[in-house]
Design a protein around this ligand. Sequence first.
Ligand SMILES: [Fe+2]
Length: 182
Amino acid sequence: MRNVTLEQIFEHPVTQKYVKRAGLAHAIATSYHAFRLAEKNKVNPDLAVKAAFLHDMGHYTWYRDGEWDFDLYKKNDIHAIKGAERAHKLLIRLGEDRRNAKEIALAVLLHTDSFLPVEHEQLNRSTLQQIVAQADELDEEPSGNHHYRKISEAKARKKIVELDHRVDDALKSHVHHQTNEV
Ligand SMILES: [Fe+2]
């Protein structure tokens, strides 16, 4: 069973600061895409939704004179690295299983290749890592607008709780399959 729920992650002040900074609506939409893709590909949906929800928590605000500086961002961004570290630390604090925390952090790290020195470097991603990267792309809008989409606190919490239920149900039915196979 799960040691940590999405709702617990959502409530934590670290999440409130960093996931909101990068866009809560985008984080939630990406998590729903990841859930669907995980079910389709028979990947653990718990890991997929957690990695998707936290994938952009490493973002820094690259402002110059009050405006977002895309050049500055492109040159200096390490949000995937920073996000992997933040996600791992947060999950361990909340009591996540260590193996799961590592898998989730790695999926956060590899959701983009934008930090790699060689452009279009081919990453050899696991299915979980592919799912998180694909879920992120599915919610992307031109000019990074997906980071600015708004969602109310109440609606966000409702969606998070709903997704927790879906993950619980999915995990229960997986256990069922396994039991039937024995
Ligand atoms: Fe993203």
